[in-house]
Design a protein around this ligand. Structure first.
Ligand code: HEC
Ligand code: HEC
Ligand code: HEC
Ligand code: HEC
Length: 241
């Protein structure tokens, strides 16, 4: 309990920074630089070290990954586990790299401060609603290929999806989008690889879509907002519903 309160206080303090400089990890919920456990000798109060390291990394997960990786077995959102689902996409047996990285803190089984091979001080795990657990049937499907092949009204196709390679994402009228981004669904939400992962909807780094802001975008979502006749700009960028 105490650690959770401490974390929350730090986040509030961090949020004040979010409005000053460019919107990176600094000041976001993933800025652990002011945590007492963040004391690696070469780079104390580092903003990146809980997740990345330049050496001795585990690059089978994501580039230069330093955090301990979850060993959980997940219940995936698929047609077998969710009887009301009618997915055309094939869901991987377990979360793939990027999503597995997120779940290494967000499944609640691994301490945030276990990285570089050791737990720094007393382990702190996520215990509030940001703990998604290991039953992913409560979350949007992840770890699937979203290609034009599953879009349409043919056999094994979903007619309520937009073609990810030709459709441009919906952006708020007043949105802050970095010019030069590939604004197709594939380019902007599927990492250019037609892969739907946690990072399709969230951005833990520079917020290439709607910048992190403690009031208007506390959940680090890439596209925030609704528009008349369209509904949620995020959901409606992919779903024709
Ligand atoms: C909370 C964990 C976390 C923190 C903190 C974090 N990263 Fe990442 N990083 C990830 C994950 C997960 C990925 C893979 C998914 C992605 O590309 O977003 C990644 C990918 C990357 C990549 C390669 C992929 C790409 O296209 O960008 C770079 C470079 C990177 N991070 C740099 C940094 C730097 C520099 C910092 C500190 C300023 C940092 N990261 C902080 C989790 C983190
Ligand atoms: C090193 C551990 C760690 C990793 C890795 C990590 N997170 Fe987090 N994340 C946290 C913590 C801690 C918080 C703050 C939780 C709290 O107390 O509300 C947080 C907060 C968030 C929030 C905001 C939740 C809220 O209630 O406002 C989102 C969204 C999020 N993370 C998504 C991701 C995604 C997506 C990834 C992978 C790309 C990721 N996280 C990787 C530790 C991590
Ligand atoms: C299809 C889009 C989408 C995908 C994929 C997705 N999220 Fe989210 N996530 C959202 C949205 C939208 C919210 C904000 C919901 C709200 O504000 O009530 C959210 C909220 C969250 C929160 C805060 C939950 C809370 O109750 O505080 C966390 C943590 C989070 N996501 C992590 C993840 C992780 C980890 C993954 C991958 C396993 C993931 N998300 C995949 C769209 C997505
Ligand atoms: C990056 C594109 C993308 C975004 C953004 C997105 N989805 Fe999805 N969603 C998909 C894909 C692809 C599927 C799998 C469809 C299939 O297999 O037929 C899916 C599946 C679903 C399903 C499950 C359907 C079933 O039969 O079980 C629901 C419900 C859903 N999405 C709702 C949402 C909501 C609500 C949002 C906004 C918070 C959202 N989606 C955002 C791409 C997206």
């Amino acid at each position: 309990m105490k650690t959770t309160q401490f974390l929350t206080l730090t986040m509030v303090a961090g949020s004040l920074l979010a409005f000053t400089a460019r919107a990176g990890v600094l000041g976001s919920p993933h800025d652990f630089s002011s945590q007492s456990w963040n004391v690696i000798p070469s780079d104390p109060a580092s903003v990146c070290s809980a997740c990345h390291t330049p050496h001795h990394a585990d690059s089978s997960v994501v580039p230069l990954w330093s955090h301990a990786t979850t060993a959980s077995t997940f219940t995936m959102y698929n047609n077998a586990n969710v009887t009301v689902a009618s997915l055309q996409a094939t869901i991987d047996a377990q979360p793939a790299g990027q999503s597995k990285a997120c779940l290494s803190c967000h499944d609640g089984t691994v301490a945030i401060n276990t990285y570089g091979g050791t737990t720094k001080g007393v382990g702190v795990t996520i215990t509030n609603s940001a703990n998604l657990g290991t039953d992913l049937t409560h979350s949007h499907p992840i770890s699937l290929d979203y290609t034009p092949a599953i879009v349409g009204s043919g056999v094994n196709q979903d007619k309520w999806l937009f073609n990810p390679n030709t459709t441009t994402v919906l952006t708020p009228d007043s949105g802050t989008f970095v010019s030069g981004n590939d604004m197709t669904v594939n380019g902007f939400l599927l990492n250019g690889k037609n892969r739907l992962e946690c990072t399709s909807c969230h951005d833990v780094h520079n917020q290439e879509g709607t910048p992190f802001n403690i009031t208007s975008n506390p959940k680090l979502v890439k596209i925030v907002g609704t528009q008349a006749g369209k509904g949620s700009l995020l959901c409606r960028s992919c779903h024709n519903k």
